[in-house]
Design a protein around this ligand. Structure first.
Ligand code: PFF
Length: 447
């Protein structure tokens, strides 16, 4: 018999999965660059309309069966249609994401240590340092990568209660407290920076909201952020306690996710000042160069702030990475009878191997040999997972839940949590709007 999450444990673990590197650098920059509060509004609408609908379908599949994803799909499919179980292998997407995501968490660990030793004090120096880290410093990159990978797999090997729930109980509140402390500092001693950040993020510019590229970006982020289409949501759903209200939990998870995105945005942009109307840097450039050098300029206080900031990113990243591994470990445990410890070890080696390829695709001496069509393995994995495999997974789960499974299964479960009209609206969006939107976006992208 598997242990189940407690009510709060489920909310924290699922919020821990949702809140991750996506919130740290995708959400703030997209918000700043694409119309400020108008983007938050659009993201919010798409999260409610699309991502939450997909979430309830995937979590419902897990909750109804209580099984690992392939088994859940086999059990819930009509008799004689075992082939639907193959959709469970979208959990491989999560392992692919873990390989490069953990490499980035490794860089974050390196920067947390560097904060103590002293961060570079100019953008120029910070740019050179980051470049030389990923291009020349193989030992540091690999050892930090190994350390975070070990923590992640060790946590999963300890199981739902002792590993994942416990980790989230410690890291999620700490993450929140760290961000609040940094913001209080910024509000008190850096008030012009703080108000700049507020106006960068909250000034609504609705003229940008109808741009198709923006809608695509917001939709992609909404799906990525709720960890959809890779078996994570269904696997966590399978460990949901009997008395947990799925709808209520989802409200908390989404609320926490959006608030954390905004908090991280405020932290980042209260230090990295962006001129009115200008666009902010994205991704590594923003965190490891602009922000790192600004902390560096602040001397001892900057070291403390930098340390807290990188540690909070580390926490956010690890709780997400753990959720990428659980679906496959649960599958091996339940279907193949391989113990958690053993399957975590085997998968750990596989993911590590793939991550090493990503690392080598940045490393100067091996860069050329690890590029495919001029793109690094890291970029290819990032692109293929977020733009192809995850949307395909979301499409699969929504078609399975909306068209293949008997309608009564969901209705019997969801009517415990919500009134009938709400379940009717959910079912309609699931069957018609969600697949059309995901396919539409896919076709638009290919053109
Ligand atoms: N939601 C995470 C983030 O925003 O960083 C990413 C993620 C976690 C994707 C877990 C997939 C997953 F299974």
């Amino acid at each position: 018999m598997h242990k189940k999450f407690s009510k709060l444990g489920y909310i924290l673990a699922m919020a821990g999965s949702a809140i991750g590197l996506g919130n740290a650098w995708k959400f703030p920059t997209m918000t700043g660059n694409h119309g400020g509060f108008a983007f938050i509004f659009l993201y919010f609408v798409l999260t409610i309309l699309i991502a939450c609908v997909a979430f309830l379908a995937e979590a419902g599949i897990g909750r109804l069966s209580g099984k690992d994803t392939p088994k859940a799909l086999i059990e819930l499919a009509p008799k004689g249609q075992r082939f639907w179980g193959l959709g469970g292998f979208f959990m491989i997407t999560a392992l692919l994401i873990a390989s490069f995501y953990l490499v980035v968490i490794g860089w974050i660990l390196y920067y947390a240590c560097l904060s103590i030793a002293g961060l570079p004090a100019s953008t120029d120096e910070a740019g050179k340092l980051f470049d030389s880290l990923i291009k020349n410093n193989l030992t540091s990159v690999l050892s930090c990568y190994f350390a975070v990978l070990f923590i992640t797999f060790y946590t999963v090997s300890r199981g739902i209660k002792e590993g994942i729930e416990k980790l989230n109980f410690i890291l999620m509140p700490s993450l929140f407290i760290l961000l609040i402390v940094i913001l209080i500092y910024s509000f008190t001693f850096n008030s012009s920076g703080f108000s700049g950040a507020v106006s960068f993020i909250f000034t609504p510019d609705f003229s940008k909201i109808l741009d198709p590229e923006l809608i695509l970006a917001a939709m992609g982020l909404a799906l990525f952020s709720l960890s959809l289409g890779v078996g994570t949501v269904s696997t966590y759903g399978a460990s949901l306690g009997e008395d947990t209200n799925l709808f209520k939990s989802l409200l908390y998870i989404v609320g926490l996710n959006i608030c954390m995105g905004i908090l991280m945005g405020l932290v980042v942009f209260s230090f990295v000042q962006v001129a009115p109307g200008a666009s902010a840097n994205e991704g590594p450039g923003l965190i490891f160069v602009s922000l790192a050098s600004l902390f560096g300029e602040l001397g001892a206080v900057g070291s403390a702030l930098g340390f807290m900031f990188f540690i909070s990113l580390l926490f956010a990243g690890i709780t997400s990475a753990v959720s990428m591994i659980e679906p496959a470990v649960r599958y091996f445990e339940d279907e193949k009878g391989i113990s958690r410890i053993k399957s975590s070890a085997i998968l750990g080696v596989l993911v590590f191997g793939l991550g090493v390829l990503c690392v080598l695709s940045f490393y100067e001496p091996t860069k050329e040999s690890f590029a495919i069509f001029g793109k690094s393995i890291f970029d290819i994995l990032d692109y293929a997972t977020s733009n192809v495999l995850m949307p395909l997974g979301v499409l699969f789960f929504s078609i399975f839940a909306g068209w293949i499974m008997p309608k009564e299964r969901f209705y019997t479960l969801f009517l415990n949590y919500a009134p009938k009209f709400a379940v009717d609206i959910w079912y309609f969006i699931l069957r018609f709007i969600l697949p059309i939107l995901v396919v539409g976006i896919g076709i638009y992208r290919l053109n």
